[in-house]
Design a protein around this ligand. Structure first.
Ligand code: ZN
Length: 246
């Protein structure tokens, strides 16, 4: 006789329709043919209140990871609530940029007709690598070349946009491109330059265990691509930068 297995006590909490929250959200993404890579934002596919359900689901799965790592979370008071803490940290803090909508930014017309190079930075950015979920912490400098049609946004808004893009499991090269696309879309400048320098803790804590190595990359758009002098001006104005030996 075939015995039916007991329902798995560690199974993800089901939604009203008996479907885990993650499956429900994933099905909407698939139906809309939307990409949901680690560094994509999926906020438009999560309905109000569903993030709580997703958090419960991640907690259950995280507890299963701790169990599989043979950690006695029942008697070890240090890890008793770790599954919940990690779930909250991922969804509400470090990877919030996947689940929260883009910050609302008020754009102003360029009434002063600013047309000089403007540099914002260093902006401290915190992310994690998609490969290991290890922290990536560094700085970003943004150069903007406005024109009379450029929307002006407050300086602190650049930091908020950067926080939103970096708050996902990222790959540094893709993160700067996503940030550049977003700033181009919001402000429509003649040119945009972004430099990011970061320590990847997957190289410091594990792997080659090199505490000093940093990754530097840049993205240039519009006039920064065409005008080498402007590019040099931007790079020279970034303190203590040493791009390409210049
Ligand atoms: Zn890594």
């Amino acid at each position: 006789m075939l015995m039916k297995a007991d329902p798995n006590p560690l199974a993800a909490p089901a939604t009203d329709e008996g479907m885990p929250m993650s499956v429900k959200i994933r099905e909407r993404l698939l139906a809309a043919r939307k990409r949901f890579h680690a560094n994509d934002n999926i906020a438009d596919f999560i309905e109000p209140g569903e993030l709580e359900g997703l958090l419960d689901e991640v907690e259950v799965k995280m507890q299963a990871v701790l169990d599989s790592m043979v950690i006695d979370t029942a008697s070890d008071h240090n890890t008793a609530d770790t599954a919940r803490r990690v779930a909250k940290m991922y969804l509400n803090e470090v990877f919030r940029g996947r689940y929260a909508k883009v910050p609302t930014i008020t754009e102003f017309p360029n009434a002063e007709h600013l047309n000089e190079l403007m540099i914002v930075g260093p902006i401290t950015v915190r992310s994690a690598c998609s490969h290991h979920f290890c922290p990536v912490i560094g700085k970003v400098w943004i150069g903007v070349m406005p024109n009379e049609h450029t929307n002006v946004i407050g300086l602190s808004k650049y930091a908020r946009l950067a926080e939103w893009v970096m708050g996902r499991p990222q790959i540094q090269e893709e993160a700067v491109v996503q940030l550049a696309d977003l700033i181009m879309e919001k402000t429509q400048p003649d040119g945009l330059a972004i430099v990011m320098e970061a320590t990847h803790y997957c190289m410091a804590w594990r792997g080659v265990k090199d505490m000093e190595s940093k990754m530097i990359n840049s993205v240039m758009r519009g006039v920064f691509l065409k005008d080498a002098a402007l590019r040099r001006e931007f790079l020279a104005l970034i303190p203590k930068r040493n791009m390409n030996g210049n």
